[in-house]
Design a protein around this ligand. Structure first.
Ligand code: G6P
Length: 610
């Protein structure tokens, strides 16, 4: 949430900052701004998307080889020009961008107002800027030392970057809870909230840790702790490629990412399915496998789409590995005194690896002695680093705010964990052979499902003006129904709810009439007949039904507006196929409604505030 960038080096900063902000725009797009040092500090900021800022800069250019930039997802104060970052010290000496929330900002603001400071914005960020200014002027400390001292008075989360016109060879950054990555070039350095703005300039990066304060000059950089101890940085090599973060001819990142799923699932499986040895190998879990196998219970904590993947994981782990599983909203988990012991495993799922609530769940679980496992996509992300062990998705960067390929990769990883845990225990060798072959065939079957794209696009006009939708499924398909409903509401703003199909008669059936479209996931599994009864009940009340079923099943044709067929596989792998038509349906309906599919209103991809 909120994207921040910084540059120091020999090149013009502005194009690098604007380019970086465009790459980070998925983190927030309420306003954007930059500050560049060139004798004095030059600030340009504007409500709206980065392109509005670019337009402003085209009219009123700024030059300089040191700069910072910000794209905002508003927390404190409306999204307008004044609240946009960067924020300046009252004496215009330095400028700062911030991602996070200063929780004690109200008390600090009061104190500063009593000292005579005036505020132009409603942001918590300006309070931190003025606090640093106050520390600096009362102590005569250097800017980096004043930053350190001011931060000791702050409660909350921050990733901050500062520049000052007094020193055109200095960029300062600090982190607590909000991600920051330093990119190391030849005589130049880049800072960003994630790796996407860095990848076209350098592959050498340092991930800042909580409590780090970074000072960068063209000649080198230093990382210190808040108590001024020099720390030894670890330099990592980025594996990301530039084309992975570009649209490559697609109209939207979301469509590109839906279409990439055969490849992203293949990458997720690579090296982990061992068909010849009839086993699953998960290198990231090998050190903790004994403890995982001995666990009495697994608690899965996650948010949004990742939480839905967690629900599929519950079905998978209970049925394939025979272990009790509870799935928690990460945001609720730590506030309800969870009962955890050393025998429990807390597994968190997060595409970004930066979601504040999920990270808080990891820390809570660690405090209570549980083993923590992370299922993350973003390599080097905070959750990936703070968990005891984990499995990366290897799905490649996901840019569209609505998660698609991360969901299928998360379910793939959970399937592999369940199979690995059941290996030699609940799963026989013969079953394992079948399961592994079916899993290996999934990318090909996903490609088959994607061929439905044109048919789904042709159906979308029928639902363009719908105001409500119900999604239903049972067993493994109940979480898929939740995910289908979430996709539709996120990007098309149509109200949609997901339900277990059998619950329909306990409430949602009251909503059904000819204006209520229902998406029903109905495969021929053990409870198929019951789902067909639910379809009949909806039809009897004139509901318009779109069904997703397995190939060769024509029972539903007479009852439904449209039936989409997906290839058959074992029941527990079906969610990887049935979710795809739902992703495509939401995409095409949203496009027809003229919605901004990749940047839906009010949402952000990486929610780094609580
Ligand atoms: C936000 C995004 C969702 C995502 C959720 C969890 O709400 O808009 O798409 O599912 O955060 O994100 P994570 O990165 O932890 O999976």
């Amino acid at each position: 949430m909120c994207g921040i960038v910084g540059y120091i080096g020999p090149r013009e900063a502005t194009p690098i900052l604007l380019n970086g902000l465009q790459r980070l725009e998925y983190r927030g797009y309420d306003s954007a701004g930059i500050a560049v040092v060139n004798g004095a500090l030059h600030v340009r900021k504007k409500k709206g998307k980065v392109k509005e800022l670019a337009r402003l800069i085209a009219e009123s250019p700024v030059a300089g080889q040191l700069g910072i930039g910000h794209t905002r997802w508003a927390t404190h104060g409306a999204p307008d020009d004044v609240n946009a970052h960067p924020h300046m010290a009252g004496n215009l000496q330095f400028a700062m961008v911030h991602n996070g929330i200063i929780e004690n900002y109200a008390a600090l603001r009061e104190k500063l107002i009593r000292k005579g400071y005036q505020f132009t914005s409603q942001t918590d960020t300006e309070v931190l800027v003025k606090l640093i200014e106050d520390v600096k002027s009362t102590t005569q400390l250097s800017l980096d030392a004043a930053v350190m001292q001011a931060l000791t008075q702050v409660e909350g989360t921050y990733g901050i970057v500062l520049i000052s016109h007094e020193d055109p060879d200095l960029l300062i950054a600090a982190r607590n809870g909000s991600p920051l990555i330093l990119g190391i070039g030849q005589g130049e350095y880049f800072l960003a909230s994630d790796a996407s703005p860095l990848v076209e300039y350098t592959k050498q990066v340092v991930y800042l840790n909580d409590g780090d304060v970074l000072t960068v000059r063209r000649s080198g950089f230093e990382i210190k702790s808040l108590d001024n101890q020099l720390l030894k940085p670890e330099v990592h090599e980025l594996e990301m490629e530039l084309e992975a973060i570009e649209k490559s001819g697609y109209d939207h990142f979301m469509l590109k990412e839906i279409m990439e799923q055969p490849e992203s699932i293949r990458n997720c499986l690579r090296g982990r399915i061992r068909l010849e040895e009839n086993m699953i190998q998960l290198g990231g879990l090998s050190d903790v496998m004994d403890r995982l196998l001995a666990a009495k219970r697994i608690v899965i904590a996650a948010c949004g789409t990742s939480w839905h993947a967690g629900l599929v994981g519950e079905y998978l782990l209970e049925s394939l590995a025979g272990i009790p599983v509870e799935v928690e909203y990460a945001s609720e988990f730590r506030y309800r005194n969870p009962i955890l012991s050393k025998d429990d495993v807390v597994m968190v799922i997060s595409q970004s690896g930066e979601t504040a609530d999920t990270l808080a769940a990891v820390r809570e679980a660690k405090n209570r002695g549980a083993l923590t496992l992370g299922i993350c996509n973003a390599v080097g992300s905070t959750i990936a680093r703070e968990t005891d062990a984990g499995v990366y998705l290897h799905a490649g960067p996901e840019i569209g705010v609505a998660s698609t390929k991360a969901f299928t990769a998360q379910v793939t990883v959970l399937t592999m964990i369940a199979l690995r845990m059941g290996q030699g225990r609940t799963i026989t060798a013969a079953e394992m052979t079948t399961y592994l072959q079916e899993l290996a065939d999934i990318p090909e079957k996903v490609s088959e499902v994607l061929k439905l794209n044109n048919d789904i696009k042709a159906l979308a006009p029928m639902y363009r003006y719908a105001s409500n939708f119900l999604y239903m499924g049972r067993g493994y398909h109940f979480p898929v129904a939740l995910e289908g409903a979430l996709k539709l509401k996120e990007i098309s703003y149509i109200h949609a709810e997901g339900y277990p199909a059998a619950e329909m008669k306990h409430g949602p059936i009251a909503l059904i009439d000819e204006f209520m479209p229902v998406v029903m996931i109905a495969n021929r599994d053990a409870i198929y007949d019951k789902v067909v009864s639910n379809v009949e009940e909806i039809r009897a009340r004139k509901g318009s039904i779109v069904a997703i079923t397995d190939e060769g099943n024509h029972d539903l044709d007479r009852l439904c507006e449209k039936v989409f067929h997906v290839p058959h596989t074992v029941d527990f792998l079906m969610p990887l196929l049935t979710v795809i038509p739902l992703q495509l349906l939401s995409y095409h309906v949203a496009v027809l409604r003229g919605c901004n599919v990749d940047q839906p209103r009010n949402l952000a991809k990486s929610v780094t505030v609580e």
